[in-house]
Design a protein around this ligand. Structure first.
Ligand SMILES: [Zn+2]
Length: 399
Protein backbone atom coordinates (compact mmCIF):
# COMPACT_ATOMS: atom_id res chain seq x y z
CA UNK A 1 0.00 0.00 0.00
CA UNK A 2 1.57 3.21 -1.07
CA UNK A 3 0.90 6.42 0.71
CA UNK A 4 -0.70 9.11 -1.37
CA UNK A 5 1.34 11.85 0.13
CA UNK A 6 3.94 12.63 2.64
CA UNK A 7 3.81 15.59 4.89
CA UNK A 8 5.98 18.50 3.97
CA UNK A 9 6.51 19.37 7.60
CA UNK A 10 5.87 17.73 10.94
CA UNK A 11 2.58 18.57 12.48
CA UNK A 12 2.59 21.03 15.33
CA UNK A 13 -0.07 18.91 16.94
CA UNK A 14 1.80 15.69 17.20
CA UNK A 15 5.42 16.15 16.26
CA UNK A 16 6.38 12.68 17.38
CA UNK A 17 3.78 10.98 15.28
CA UNK A 18 4.79 8.95 12.30
CA UNK A 19 3.70 10.89 9.30
CA UNK A 20 3.81 8.22 6.67
CA UNK A 21 0.07 7.75 6.56
CA UNK A 22 -1.61 9.35 3.64
CA UNK A 23 -4.27 10.93 5.72
CA UNK A 24 -3.72 13.88 7.89
CA UNK A 25 -6.20 12.51 10.35
CA UNK A 26 -3.52 10.75 12.33
CA UNK A 27 -2.31 14.19 13.26
CA UNK A 28 -5.72 15.55 13.98
CA UNK A 29 -6.76 13.59 16.98
CA UNK A 30 -6.97 16.79 18.95
CA UNK A 31 -9.47 18.09 16.48
CA UNK A 32 -11.96 15.27 16.86
CA UNK A 33 -15.10 17.12 17.65
CA UNK A 34 -18.57 16.15 18.65
CA UNK A 35 -19.48 19.58 19.74
CA UNK A 36 -22.64 20.03 21.73
CA UNK A 37 -22.91 23.48 20.15
CA UNK A 38 -23.91 21.86 16.92
CA UNK A 39 -26.78 20.06 18.56
CA UNK A 40 -27.98 23.41 19.77
CA UNK A 41 -27.93 24.98 16.32
CA UNK A 42 -29.64 22.02 14.74
CA UNK A 43 -32.09 19.78 16.48
CA UNK A 44 -30.71 16.42 17.41
CA UNK A 45 -31.83 14.49 14.33
CA UNK A 46 -29.68 16.53 11.98
CA UNK A 47 -26.38 15.91 13.68
CA UNK A 48 -24.16 13.15 12.40
CA UNK A 49 -25.40 9.95 13.86
CA UNK A 50 -25.64 6.26 13.46
CA UNK A 51 -29.33 5.83 12.85
CA UNK A 52 -31.08 3.30 14.98
CA UNK A 53 -30.66 0.45 15.14
CA UNK A 54 -27.01 1.28 15.44
CA UNK A 55 -24.50 -1.13 14.08
CA UNK A 56 -22.44 -0.33 17.14
CA UNK A 57 -24.67 -2.73 19.00
CA UNK A 58 -25.53 -6.20 17.78
CA UNK A 59 -28.58 -6.32 15.61
CA UNK A 60 -31.40 -8.10 17.42
CA UNK A 61 -31.28 -10.98 14.99
CA UNK A 62 -27.52 -11.05 14.71
CA UNK A 63 -25.95 -12.03 17.97
CA UNK A 64 -22.33 -11.74 16.91
CA UNK A 65 -20.30 -8.56 16.96
CA UNK A 66 -21.07 -5.92 14.34
CA UNK A 67 -18.96 -5.36 11.27
CA UNK A 68 -20.68 -2.32 9.81
CA UNK A 69 -21.54 1.04 11.32
CA UNK A 70 -24.03 2.66 8.97
CA UNK A 71 -24.01 6.39 9.55
CA UNK A 72 -26.04 9.40 8.50
CA UNK A 73 -24.41 12.83 8.40
CA UNK A 74 -25.97 15.98 6.96
CA UNK A 75 -22.48 17.40 6.43
CA UNK A 76 -21.34 14.40 4.42
CA UNK A 77 -24.58 14.47 2.48
CA UNK A 78 -24.20 18.16 1.68
CA UNK A 79 -20.58 17.70 0.67
CA UNK A 80 -21.25 14.89 -1.79
CA UNK A 81 -24.26 16.72 -3.20
CA UNK A 82 -22.04 19.71 -3.92
CA UNK A 83 -19.49 17.50 -5.60
CA UNK A 84 -22.23 15.96 -7.70
CA UNK A 85 -23.52 19.41 -8.67
CA UNK A 86 -20.20 20.20 -10.32
CA UNK A 87 -21.31 18.04 -13.23
CA UNK A 88 -22.61 20.27 -16.00
CA UNK A 89 -25.74 18.16 -16.54
CA UNK A 90 -26.83 18.31 -12.91
CA UNK A 91 -29.74 20.68 -12.29
CA UNK A 92 -28.78 23.17 -9.61
CA UNK A 93 -31.27 24.33 -7.00
CA UNK A 94 -31.64 28.08 -6.65
CA UNK A 95 -30.28 28.59 -3.17
CA UNK A 96 -28.32 31.49 -1.65
CA UNK A 97 -24.67 30.66 -1.22
CA UNK A 98 -24.73 27.73 -3.62
CA UNK A 99 -22.49 29.35 -6.21
CA UNK A 100 -19.90 30.25 -3.60
CA UNK A 101 -19.99 26.73 -2.15
CA UNK A 102 -19.60 25.21 -5.59
CA UNK A 103 -16.69 27.51 -6.36
CA UNK A 104 -14.89 26.25 -3.27
CA UNK A 105 -15.67 22.64 -4.12
CA UNK A 106 -14.50 23.13 -7.70
CA UNK A 107 -11.22 24.54 -6.45
CA UNK A 108 -10.52 21.45 -4.34
CA UNK A 109 -11.78 19.22 -7.13
CA UNK A 110 -9.15 20.66 -9.47
CA UNK A 111 -6.49 19.98 -6.85
CA UNK A 112 -7.57 16.32 -6.71
CA UNK A 113 -7.19 16.00 -2.96
CA UNK A 114 -10.58 14.63 -1.94
CA UNK A 115 -9.01 11.45 -0.51
CA UNK A 116 -7.12 13.64 1.94
CA UNK A 117 -10.18 15.61 2.93
CA UNK A 118 -13.26 13.44 2.84
CA UNK A 119 -12.22 11.02 5.55
CA UNK A 120 -12.03 14.00 7.88
CA UNK A 121 -15.74 14.60 7.42
CA UNK A 122 -16.26 11.72 9.81
CA UNK A 123 -14.62 13.87 12.48
CA UNK A 124 -17.17 16.64 12.03
CA UNK A 125 -20.76 16.84 13.17
CA UNK A 126 -21.37 19.93 11.06
CA UNK A 127 -19.57 22.59 9.05
CA UNK A 128 -18.89 24.41 12.31
CA UNK A 129 -16.32 21.74 13.11
CA UNK A 130 -14.36 22.16 9.90
CA UNK A 131 -12.32 25.24 10.89
CA UNK A 132 -10.75 23.36 13.79
CA UNK A 133 -9.88 20.48 11.48
CA UNK A 134 -8.36 22.95 9.04
CA UNK A 135 -6.45 24.71 11.77
CA UNK A 136 -4.71 21.51 12.82
CA UNK A 137 -4.08 20.22 9.33
CA UNK A 138 -0.59 20.40 7.83
CA UNK A 139 -0.17 23.53 5.79
CA UNK A 140 1.01 21.59 2.79
CA UNK A 141 1.59 18.07 1.57
CA UNK A 142 3.75 16.63 -1.13
CA UNK A 143 2.07 14.06 -3.32
CA UNK A 144 3.76 11.00 -4.76
CA UNK A 145 4.29 12.79 -8.04
CA UNK A 146 5.85 15.77 -6.37
CA UNK A 147 2.96 18.18 -6.33
CA UNK A 148 2.62 20.47 -3.37
CA UNK A 149 -0.92 20.53 -2.03
CA UNK A 150 -2.01 23.42 0.17
CA UNK A 151 -4.17 21.26 2.34
CA UNK A 152 -4.90 23.75 5.12
CA UNK A 153 -5.92 26.42 2.64
CA UNK A 154 -8.27 24.03 0.86
CA UNK A 155 -9.85 22.97 4.13
CA UNK A 156 -10.22 26.55 5.28
CA UNK A 157 -11.84 27.55 2.02
CA UNK A 158 -14.27 24.64 2.23
CA UNK A 159 -15.03 25.39 5.86
CA UNK A 160 -15.95 29.00 5.07
CA UNK A 161 -18.14 28.08 2.13
CA UNK A 162 -19.84 25.19 3.90
CA UNK A 163 -20.65 27.24 6.97
CA UNK A 164 -22.29 29.81 4.74
CA UNK A 165 -24.29 27.31 2.72
CA UNK A 166 -25.22 24.81 5.42
CA UNK A 167 -28.30 26.67 6.76
CA UNK A 168 -29.85 26.78 3.28
CA UNK A 169 -29.05 23.13 2.73
CA UNK A 170 -30.50 22.12 6.07
CA UNK A 171 -33.70 24.06 5.52
CA UNK A 172 -34.36 23.31 1.87
CA UNK A 173 -32.69 20.05 0.91
CA UNK A 174 -31.86 18.02 3.97
CA UNK A 175 -35.44 17.01 4.91
CA UNK A 176 -35.90 15.23 1.59
CA UNK A 177 -32.43 13.78 1.61
CA UNK A 178 -32.85 12.62 5.17
CA UNK A 179 -36.03 10.74 4.31
CA UNK A 180 -34.29 9.05 1.39
CA UNK A 181 -31.28 8.09 3.48
CA UNK A 182 -33.29 6.83 6.42
CA UNK A 183 -35.41 4.67 4.13
CA UNK A 184 -32.26 3.16 2.66
CA UNK A 185 -30.84 2.71 6.13
CA UNK A 186 -33.93 0.80 7.22
CA UNK A 187 -33.68 -1.39 4.16
CA UNK A 188 -30.01 -2.12 4.81
CA UNK A 189 -30.79 -2.97 8.42
CA UNK A 190 -33.36 -5.49 7.27
CA UNK A 191 -31.46 -6.89 4.34
CA UNK A 192 -27.83 -6.70 5.43
CA UNK A 193 -27.20 -5.81 9.06
CA UNK A 194 -29.55 -8.55 10.21
CA UNK A 195 -27.17 -11.07 8.60
CA UNK A 196 -23.91 -9.19 8.80
CA UNK A 197 -22.05 -11.80 10.83
CA UNK A 198 -22.82 -14.49 8.29
CA UNK A 199 -21.88 -12.15 5.45
CA UNK A 200 -18.56 -11.02 6.90
CA UNK A 201 -17.61 -14.46 8.16
CA UNK A 202 -18.03 -15.70 4.60
CA UNK A 203 -16.39 -12.67 3.01
CA UNK A 204 -13.36 -12.65 5.30
CA UNK A 205 -12.79 -16.35 4.64
CA UNK A 206 -13.25 -15.81 0.92
CA UNK A 207 -10.50 -13.17 0.76
CA UNK A 208 -8.47 -14.22 3.79
CA UNK A 209 -9.12 -10.86 5.35
CA UNK A 210 -8.93 -10.32 9.09
CA UNK A 211 -12.18 -9.09 10.63
CA UNK A 212 -12.20 -5.37 11.39
CA UNK A 213 -10.94 -4.19 14.75
CA UNK A 214 -14.04 -2.03 15.00
CA UNK A 215 -17.17 -1.66 12.89
CA UNK A 216 -16.47 -0.12 9.52
CA UNK A 217 -18.05 3.34 9.25
CA UNK A 218 -20.18 3.64 6.13
CA UNK A 219 -21.90 6.98 5.51
CA UNK A 220 -25.03 6.87 3.43
CA UNK A 221 -25.60 9.95 1.29
CA UNK A 222 -28.47 10.70 -1.04
CA UNK A 223 -26.40 11.86 -4.00
CA UNK A 224 -22.75 11.65 -4.93
CA UNK A 225 -20.78 11.92 -8.13
CA UNK A 226 -20.00 8.77 -10.01
CA UNK A 227 -18.93 6.13 -9.25
CA UNK A 228 -21.16 6.49 -6.20
CA UNK A 229 -18.89 4.82 -3.67
CA UNK A 230 -15.76 6.13 -1.98
CA UNK A 231 -13.49 4.74 0.70
CA UNK A 232 -10.64 6.71 2.21
CA UNK A 233 -7.92 5.92 4.68
CA UNK A 234 -8.34 7.39 8.11
CA UNK A 235 -5.94 6.53 10.91
CA UNK A 236 -5.00 3.22 9.31
CA UNK A 237 -8.57 2.14 8.66
CA UNK A 238 -11.14 2.92 6.01
CA UNK A 239 -14.11 5.27 6.00
CA UNK A 240 -16.70 4.67 3.31
CA UNK A 241 -19.31 6.87 1.66
CA UNK A 242 -22.06 5.32 -0.43
CA UNK A 243 -24.53 7.17 -2.60
CA UNK A 244 -28.10 5.96 -2.71
CA UNK A 245 -28.66 7.48 -6.11
CA UNK A 246 -26.92 5.23 -8.61
CA UNK A 247 -27.07 2.26 -6.25
CA UNK A 248 -30.78 1.64 -6.35
CA UNK A 249 -32.43 -1.56 -5.25
CA UNK A 250 -30.22 -4.56 -4.57
CA UNK A 251 -27.13 -2.71 -5.81
CA UNK A 252 -27.00 -0.71 -2.60
CA UNK A 253 -26.11 -3.60 -0.34
CA UNK A 254 -23.47 -4.84 -2.79
CA UNK A 255 -21.94 -1.38 -2.96
CA UNK A 256 -21.87 -1.17 0.83
CA UNK A 257 -20.12 -4.53 1.01
CA UNK A 258 -17.77 -3.55 -1.82
CA UNK A 259 -16.72 -0.35 -0.08
CA UNK A 260 -16.27 -2.23 3.17
CA UNK A 261 -13.87 -4.58 1.38
CA UNK A 262 -11.79 -1.52 0.49
CA UNK A 263 -11.85 -0.59 4.16
CA UNK A 264 -10.81 -4.09 5.21
CA UNK A 265 -8.08 -4.01 2.59
CA UNK A 266 -6.76 -0.70 3.91
CA UNK A 267 -6.69 -2.04 7.44
CA UNK A 268 -4.88 -5.23 6.43
CA UNK A 269 -1.96 -3.79 4.49
CA UNK A 270 0.48 -5.99 6.39
CA UNK A 271 -1.74 -9.07 6.38
CA UNK A 272 -1.33 -11.95 3.91
CA UNK A 273 -4.80 -11.45 2.53
CA UNK A 274 -5.71 -12.93 -0.81
CA UNK A 275 -5.68 -9.40 -2.24
CA UNK A 276 -2.15 -8.71 -1.04
CA UNK A 277 -0.89 -12.13 -2.12
CA UNK A 278 -2.43 -11.58 -5.53
CA UNK A 279 -0.68 -8.20 -5.83
CA UNK A 280 2.59 -9.87 -4.92
CA UNK A 281 2.09 -12.66 -7.44
CA UNK A 282 1.36 -10.14 -10.17
CA UNK A 283 4.47 -8.12 -9.37
CA UNK A 284 6.55 -11.29 -9.38
CA UNK A 285 5.29 -11.85 -12.91
CA UNK A 286 6.53 -8.46 -14.00
CA UNK A 287 3.39 -6.39 -13.57
CA UNK A 288 4.66 -2.94 -12.71
CA UNK A 289 3.29 -0.67 -10.01
CA UNK A 290 2.10 1.61 -12.76
CA UNK A 291 0.31 -1.13 -14.64
CA UNK A 292 -3.50 -0.82 -14.43
CA UNK A 293 -3.73 -4.59 -14.02
CA UNK A 294 -2.15 -4.34 -10.59
CA UNK A 295 -5.23 -2.39 -9.55
CA UNK A 296 -7.85 -3.89 -11.81
CA UNK A 297 -7.40 -7.54 -10.91
CA UNK A 298 -7.65 -7.18 -7.11
CA UNK A 299 -10.37 -4.59 -7.55
CA UNK A 300 -12.42 -6.84 -9.80
CA UNK A 301 -11.90 -9.61 -7.29
CA UNK A 302 -13.57 -7.35 -4.73
CA UNK A 303 -16.62 -7.07 -6.99
CA UNK A 304 -16.81 -10.83 -7.41
CA UNK A 305 -16.43 -11.37 -3.68
CA UNK A 306 -19.10 -8.83 -2.73
CA UNK A 307 -21.63 -10.29 -5.14
CA UNK A 308 -20.83 -13.85 -4.11
CA UNK A 309 -21.28 -12.93 -0.47
CA UNK A 310 -24.76 -11.65 -1.16
CA UNK A 311 -25.71 -14.74 -3.14
CA UNK A 312 -24.42 -17.09 -0.46
CA UNK A 313 -25.72 -15.25 2.57
CA UNK A 314 -28.63 -13.05 1.53
CA UNK A 315 -30.13 -13.61 -1.89
CA UNK A 316 -29.30 -16.53 -4.21
CA UNK A 317 -30.78 -14.61 -7.14
CA UNK A 318 -28.51 -11.58 -6.73
CA UNK A 319 -26.84 -10.35 -9.91
CA UNK A 320 -23.37 -8.82 -9.79
CA UNK A 321 -23.05 -5.04 -9.84
CA UNK A 322 -20.31 -5.68 -12.37
CA UNK A 323 -22.85 -7.16 -14.77
CA UNK A 324 -25.82 -4.93 -13.98
CA UNK A 325 -23.94 -1.63 -13.97
CA UNK A 326 -21.41 -2.52 -16.64
CA UNK A 327 -18.22 -2.51 -14.61
CA UNK A 328 -17.02 -5.92 -15.78
CA UNK A 329 -17.20 -4.81 -19.41
CA UNK A 330 -14.70 -2.05 -18.60
CA UNK A 331 -12.11 -4.54 -17.34
CA UNK A 332 -12.58 -7.55 -19.62
CA UNK A 333 -9.15 -9.12 -19.05
CA UNK A 334 -9.43 -9.05 -15.28
CA UNK A 335 -13.01 -10.25 -15.39
CA UNK A 336 -12.21 -13.15 -17.71
CA UNK A 337 -9.28 -14.25 -15.57
CA UNK A 338 -11.32 -14.28 -12.38
CA UNK A 339 -14.34 -15.92 -14.01
CA UNK A 340 -12.14 -18.78 -15.18
CA UNK A 341 -11.05 -19.52 -11.61
CA UNK A 342 -13.97 -18.30 -9.54
CA UNK A 343 -15.69 -21.62 -8.95
CA UNK A 344 -12.40 -23.09 -7.68
CA UNK A 345 -11.85 -20.02 -5.55
CA UNK A 346 -15.25 -20.24 -3.90
CA UNK A 347 -15.26 -23.99 -3.54
CA UNK A 348 -11.81 -24.02 -1.98
CA UNK A 349 -10.99 -27.26 -3.73
CA UNK A 350 -7.32 -26.42 -3.61
CA UNK A 351 -5.22 -24.23 -1.33
CA UNK A 352 -6.00 -20.56 -1.82
CA UNK A 353 -2.40 -19.78 -2.69
CA UNK A 354 -2.58 -22.21 -5.60
CA UNK A 355 -5.75 -20.57 -6.92
CA UNK A 356 -4.20 -17.14 -6.55
CA UNK A 357 -1.15 -18.26 -8.51
CA UNK A 358 -3.35 -19.74 -11.20
CA UNK A 359 -5.28 -16.48 -11.39
CA UNK A 360 -2.07 -14.48 -11.67
CA UNK A 361 -0.85 -16.86 -14.36
CA UNK A 362 -4.08 -16.35 -16.29
CA UNK A 363 -3.78 -12.58 -16.48
CA UNK A 364 -2.20 -10.93 -19.51
CA UNK A 365 1.52 -10.49 -19.09
CA UNK A 366 3.28 -7.20 -19.64
CA UNK A 367 5.06 -6.93 -22.96
CA UNK A 368 8.57 -8.33 -22.89
CA UNK A 369 10.13 -5.31 -24.49
CA UNK A 370 10.57 -2.20 -22.38
CA UNK A 371 10.12 -0.31 -25.63
CA UNK A 372 6.47 -1.26 -25.57
CA UNK A 373 5.36 -0.34 -22.11
CA UNK A 374 1.79 -0.87 -21.08
CA UNK A 375 -0.19 2.23 -20.55
CA UNK A 376 1.08 4.28 -17.71
CA UNK A 377 -1.17 6.52 -15.72
CA UNK A 378 -0.75 9.37 -13.33
CA UNK A 379 0.56 8.31 -9.98
CA UNK A 380 -1.74 10.62 -8.15
CA UNK A 381 -5.30 9.88 -7.18
CA UNK A 382 -8.02 11.97 -8.68
CA UNK A 383 -11.71 12.27 -8.57
CA UNK A 384 -13.44 9.32 -10.11
CA UNK A 385 -14.86 9.77 -13.55
CA UNK A 386 -17.69 7.82 -15.13
CA UNK A 387 -15.25 6.01 -17.34
CA UNK A 388 -13.24 4.46 -14.60
CA UNK A 389 -13.99 1.65 -12.22
CA UNK A 390 -15.52 2.36 -8.91
CA UNK A 391 -13.87 3.54 -5.83
CA UNK A 392 -10.27 3.32 -5.15
CA UNK A 393 -8.69 4.67 -2.08
CA UNK A 394 -5.89 7.16 -2.15
CA UNK A 395 -3.11 4.64 -2.06
CA UNK A 396 -4.49 3.09 -5.17
CA UNK A 397 -3.35 4.46 -8.52
CA UNK A 398 -6.12 5.61 -10.77
CA UNK A 399 -6.15 5.46 -14.54
ZN1 LIG B 1 -13.98 -0.25 -5.51
Amino acid sequence: MRPFATFAAPSPVSPSSRVNELCVAALLAAALLTTPAHAQRHPAPVTAYSAAPSASAPHPSDSQRPFLDLRISPLADMHFLLRALLAPDEPRPALPGLDQALAAVADVDRAAVWPLIEGLLSDCASAADLPAVAQHAPESLTTRDGRTVRLRAHLTCLADAYRQFEPQFMAQLWPTHRATIEEAHRRLCDELLSRQSACYDFLCRLLDLPPPQRPIPVYLVAVAPRPGGFTHRLRGAGVSFVSIRGNEGPLLRETVIHESIHALDIASAEHPSALNILRGELQQRGVARTDPMLRDLPHTLMFFAAAETIRRCLDPAHRDYGDVAGYYAKVPAATAAIRAHWSDWVAGTQPRAATVRALADATPRPPASPAEPRTAFPSEPRTASPAEPRTAFPAEPRP
